[in-house]
Write a protein that binds this ligand. Structure first.
Ligand code: HMG
Ligand code: MG
Length: 306
């Protein structure tokens, strides 16, 4: 199969990237980061999550950040600003802050589901069903996530059929897209392709997205392997920020800069301006007091400043 000619990148840095940071980043910095990402051409940016601050303290300013982004004079028309909601309570708060798109997040592993959202997979699907019903009545789009699609920090390898079963449930429930999360980043091109093939037997590949953490440095190879199967939506995080508070030791999502560099090299269109993206990565890295984790960003930035 030929590779897709165009790929959509869903930027998850402000949520997945920052949620694991101990240093609380001021809301104004998060808002400016999101504005910079939109200006760089990203058309979908996950802003925050509506979860209790005692579970994820960094997201405690969810209301302020979402309102700030949506009311900003810099707001770019046509950009989607989804937010994570684990249940109806989170959905109601997101709605109050003006959310027009939400994401629900389940798992292919029972243990991870318990640790991450404090309930079984079956119970989570009931909660998500209620969110999708409420959202569709208001014409709010819902994206679905499956975590631990190839491996779980507590259970080890996950059967692709289990991942496919959860992906199918989320799709049938009404999620417009299902993002497949390699939460621990242990997938390799072979295991990722097996998992995608299992999911694509139930959900059209055009409705699946790859969400790969880069713990073992495999994320770019896994994106290439997914492109080979026709997948054309990938989640990534500016400067490679991130990790999951309930998958200790797992590193950030694949860096957006690395993904754009790969896709440009393959002549695949993204609509993203790499220079502006690099500047956004520098901006948040400086706010956190460290260098971007992205190799492409480091190499390209050092050429720019030398
Ligand atoms: P719980 O403690 O079982 O909730 O948490 P509960 O229903 O028993 O309620 C306890 C209290 O929390 C109640 O308040 C609720 O009202 C309140 P009280 O009566 O005690 O005053 N509450 C809420 N408050 C604010 N917002 C809410 C909310 N819900 C209940 N939404 C819960 C269950 C799902 C809330 C919790 O487990 C949770 O928030 N977990 C989320 C953890 C998280 O954010 N993890 C990271 C995101 S997932 C991820 O990163 C993976 C992904 O990137 C893909 C990948 O890489 O694999 C997406
Ligand atoms: Mg993630």
């Amino acid at each position: 199969m030929s590779l897709p000619s165009r790929v959509k990148i869903v930027e998850v840095g402000p949520r997945d990237g920052l949620q694991n940071e101990k240093l609380i980043v001021p809301a104004a910095i998060k808002i400016e980061l999101i504005e910079r990402l939109a200006a760089a051409g990203l058309s979908a940016i996950e802003v925050t999550s509506f979860v209790p601050a005692k579970w994820v303290p960094q997201m405690g300013d969810n209301d302020e950040v979402l309102r700030g982004v949506l009311s900003s004079p810099q707001r770019k028309p046509g950009v989607a600003y989804p937010v994570l909601v684990p249940n109806l309570r989170g959905f109601d708060s997101a709605l109050e802050a003006g959310a027009t798109e939400v994401a629900i997040f389940g798992a292919a592993s029972e243990s991870f589901s318990q640790k991450n959202i404090n309930c079984s997979i079956a119970e989570s699907l009931k909660r998500f069903d209620a969110v999708v019903d409420a959202a569709s009545a208001l014409e709010i789009k819902v994206r679905g996530y499956v975590s631990c699609v190839v491996a779980c920090p507590y259970e080890g390898a996950i059967d692709p059929a289990k991942t496919a079963w959860v992906a199918k449930k989320l799709y049938e429930m009404g999620c417009y897209e299902v993002s497949l999360g390699d939460t621990v980043g242990a997938g390799t091109p072979a295991s990722v392709q097996r998992m995608i093939e299992a999911c694509a037997a139930h959900v059209p590949i055009s409705k699946l997205a790859g969400h790969y953490h880069d713990t073992y440095g495999m994320a770019i190879a896994n994106i290439y392997a997914s492109l080979e199967l026709g997948m054309a939506v990938f989640d990534s995080s500016i400067a490679g920020l991130g990790g999951c508070p309930y998958a200790v030791g797992s590193s950030g999502n694949v860096a957006t800069e690395d993904v754009v560099f790969l896709l440009e090299g393959l002549s695949i269109k993204t609509g993203i301006d790499l220079d502006k993206l690099l500047a956004a990565g520098q901006f948040i890295s400086q706010a956190l007091g460290r260098e971007p984790a992205s190799k492409a960003a480091k190499a390209l930035w050092s050429k720019r400043v030398s």
